[in-house]
Design a protein around this ligand. Structure first.
Ligand SMILES: NC(=O)c1ccc[n+]([C@@H]2O[C@H](COP(=O)([O-])OP(=O)(O)OC[C@H]3O[C@@H](n4cnc5c(N)ncnc54)[C@H](OP(=O)(O)O)[C@@H]3O)[C@@H](O)[C@H]2O)c1
Length: 218
């Protein structure tokens, strides 16, 4: 029998003050060296997962570019299937395997739109995508490792539900601030520090002015 969930790594580049984007949505915090590190990591995992706001804001490809290696499967959490037909994700779906995870509230129109592309649509959850059930389905598809690349709302869901195993965070030499700027973890947050998962610092790596921190859950 397959495991109930793949191994999940949360990954992000943050400012020193823990933001992953400015209030106006600029999120390019990595250096060239850090991008190479990230893309090497992407080439080693089975899948990359992001939330729909990240697709809307950044229009990412989620491919391996700064190094050689295979592209992982791309997974987008998008309960209502609102992803744009012109997004790079849908436009490149012929070449790169793509899963759009939606919930039961998706309209017929949006479902038909998704079916115009060679993507796999997984329907799970009543209103929002049910991450736990999604992970089980992904595990059944032999997806063993997933790199979760945000944004903050999706990261919180994984942390809140204790569904991650490891964190790899690059602290970039910027101070961003702003109450409306997205943090590495959004959502309601924990009321007490004791509710935080216990993390062990596995390794640190300095890339010039950037610092890569690797934590595992204990
Ligand atoms: N610096 C970095 O490393 C980095 C990395 C990634 C993103 N970012 C930045 O992060 C920002 C976006 O973050 P965000 O927090 O606004 O959005 P997000 O986490 O990218 O997407 C959140 C959305 O995903 C959908 N979703 C579906 N099922 C979900 C579930 N079970 N749990 C959580 N979300 C679910 C929800 O919309 P529906 O309910 O409509 O489905 C939700 O509003 C962007 O500005 C981007 O540039 C930065």
């Amino acid at each position: 029998m397959e495991k109930s969930k793949p191994y999940v790594i949360l990954s992000a580049a943050t400012s020193i003050d823990g933001k992953i984007a400015t209030s106006t949505g600029f999120s390019n915090l990595s250096s060239k060296q850090d991008s190479i590190r990230l893309h090497k990591l992407r080439s080693k995992v089975d899948a990359i997962l992001v939330g729909k706001n990240t697709v809307l804001r950044d229009n990412p490809m989620l491919t391996v570019r700064h190094t050689k290696g295979k592209n992982p499967i791309r997974i987008i959490l998008d309960s209502e299937g609102t992803i744009s037909k012109t997004s790079k994700i849908l436009q490149t779906s012929k070449k790169i395997p793509t899963i759009i995870a939606v919930s039961k509230i998706i309209s017929k129109t949006n479902l038909n739109k998704l079916h115009q592309f060679p993507v796999e649509v997984i329907i799970t959850g009543k209103k929002s995508v049910n991450i736990k059930s999604l992970l089980k389905k992904l595990s059944d598809k032999k997806i063993k490792t997933i790199l979760v690349e945000g944004g903050g709302t999706v990261n919180w869901e994984f942390v809140k539900n204790n569904l991650f195993d490891e964190l790899i965070i690059t602290i970039s030499p910027f101070l961003i601030g702003g109450n409306d700027a997205i943090s590495f973890i959004q959502g309601k947050g924990f009321e007490k520090i004791s509710k935080s998962p216990n993390l062990r610092l596995k390794s640190t790596k300095r890339l010039k002015n950037h610092l890569v921190l690797n934590y595992e859950k204990v």
